[in-house]
Design a protein around this ligand. Structure first.
Ligand code: PLP
Length: 445
């Protein structure tokens, strides 16, 4: 019996013991095709020789040195690599150990920026319903997932307002086209800013492509641009959470590039270190950096492991591999092919409502009734059944369920590694089909 406290306390897990490209291998030798990259993490697959070499090389030199005393070569090189490729003037970076820490840091940077800029009344945040930005208290406070918030509600920040997500499959009305829907949802931000008091709002945070909570849902074209305009109109900072959708997952290094939008703060993690080391980062604009640097000169924040030399060395090797091996092109072409294959296989399934996403970030939404889009009864736990059936067939997929505005749905999130080949893609579709059929049989019998 395990002594580890897992989220699902009574669940039994196989013991992961090895890795081979897109496969994880358990202690009994069973191979699992990692079609979800864990949780959109393992973008280079497992046991990547170049990354392992970089980690070992750094350990031979120096594992870690505290940032109160030193900087390090890998952290400086990684900062240069990221900021020189980031859009706009996102030209400084703060390294942390994961996505929650990245979002905590972004919220605090936004707040301190306004204090230093002589606008101390700006202390409110706006976020979206059914969002997830991490499990630490600040990140959970901006998160809009009622299930995750419920227990902690009394100890969460009260200065957060939630607006609706941009989720065309559920939200777009019959009397409006995609552009009109995008405008309507972005305008909810303006209404929230006006209702809160524009001079008191610090930042708006959202994911450009929503991962775990909705299942690879990109905002409709034009939405983020209008959000950017609204933020600018009222002097509100825009934080884009690219913890899951960033670092190449959607086919461009930063997801927001495809929307033609540059945030003031951009958070990333997961694919940044590809699971080889825990690492996250916040990219910040020149304006925010200059204001704090020219003001108090100190960001009132910090963690023991910021800029961890070994984590940065691993991340640098991951990022150079993505670039030098031309993997973003593979993400685009394999992503398109995966979308086509999923549509061909599941497009006529009466319980598949929507198949969407960008690059190698794909979501399949499951419904009890395709015509009415009615979800399955949540007590049936369809998503957990799919995960179990998939694992039994040697496939990892990331099932999720959303609760938003009165409905609760099931979806499957696919985020396979960027090294994906045609044979892996076919294996994903075959095994997913079998797992889905088995799970649907249980809930529709
Ligand atoms: N933000 C998003 C969009 C995420 O998907 C996640 C994790 O799933 C987080 C933040 C939190 O990241 P971490 O679990 O590394 O703290």
């Amino acid at each position: 019996m395990t002594k580890i406290l897992h989220r699902q306390i009574h669940q039994q897990y196989p013991v992961a013991a090895g890795g081979d490209g897109p496969y994880v291998i358990d202690r009994e030798g069973q191979r699992y095709l990692d079609a979800s990259g864990g949780a959109a993490v393992s973008c280079l697959g497992h046991s990547h020789a170049r990354v392992i070499e970089a980690i070992k090389g750094q350990l031979d030199k120096l594992a870690y040195a505290h940032t109160s005393f030193f900087t390090s070569e890998p952290s400086e090189e990684l900062a240069e690599h990221l900021t020189s490729r980031a859009p706009g003037e996102l030209n400084h970076v703060y390294f942390v150990s994961g996505g929650s820490e990245a979002n905590e840091t972004a919220l605090k940077l936004a707040r301190q920026y306004f204090v230093e800029a002589g606008q101390p009344r700006r202390s409110n945040f706006i976020a979206r319903r059914q969002s997830y930005h991490g499990n630490t208290l600040g990140a959970l406070s901006v998160g809009g997932n009622p299930g995750r918030r419920a227990v902690y509600d009394p100890i969460l920040m009260k200065n957060v307002t939630h607006i609706g997500p941009c989720y065309a499959y559920r939200g777009q009305r019959n009397d409006e086209d995609e552009a009109a829907y995008g405008r309507r949802m972005a305008d909810e931000l303006e209404e929230a800013i006006l209702a809160t008091g524009p001079e008191t709002v610090a930042a708006f945070i959202c994911e450009p492509v929503v991962g775990a909570t909705l299942g690879a849902v990109p905002a409709v074209r034009g939405y983020l641009q209008r959000v950017r305009e609204i933020c600018d109109r009222y002097g509100v900072l825009l934080i884009l959470d690219e913890v899951m959708c960033g670092m190449g997952r959607t086919g461009t290094l930063f997801a927001c590039e495809q929307d033609g939008v540059v945030p003031d703060l951009l958070t990333c993690a997961k694919g940044l270190g590809a699971g080889y080391q825990p690492i996250g980062a916040v990219l910040l604009s020149r304006r925010i950096f200059d204001t704090i640097a020219g003001g108090s000169g100190a960001f009132q924040h910090g963690f023991t492991y910021i800029g961890h030399a070994t984590a940065c060395a691993a991340s640098l090797a991951v990022q150079r591999t993505i670039e030098e091996d031309g993997l973003l092109a593979n993400v685009k072409s394999q992503g398109e092919a995966l979308q086509q294959a999923l549509k061909a296989r599941f497009g006529n399934n009466p319980h598949v409502g929507d198949i969407r996403g960008r690059g190698l970030f794909r979501g399949i939404e499951l419904v009890a009734d395709r015509g009415t889009k009615e979800p399955f009864d949540p007590t049936l736990k369809l998503n957990a059944r799919i995960k179990k059936e998939a694992m039994a067939r040697g496939l990892m997929c990331y099932p999720g369920g959303g609760t938003v505005d009165g409905w609760r749905g099931d979806h499957i999130l696919l985020a396979p590694p960027y090294i994906l080949e045609e044979a892996h893609r076919e294996e994903i579709v075959e095994k997913l089909d079998a797992a889905l059929s088995a799970a649907l049989e249980q809930v529709t019998a």
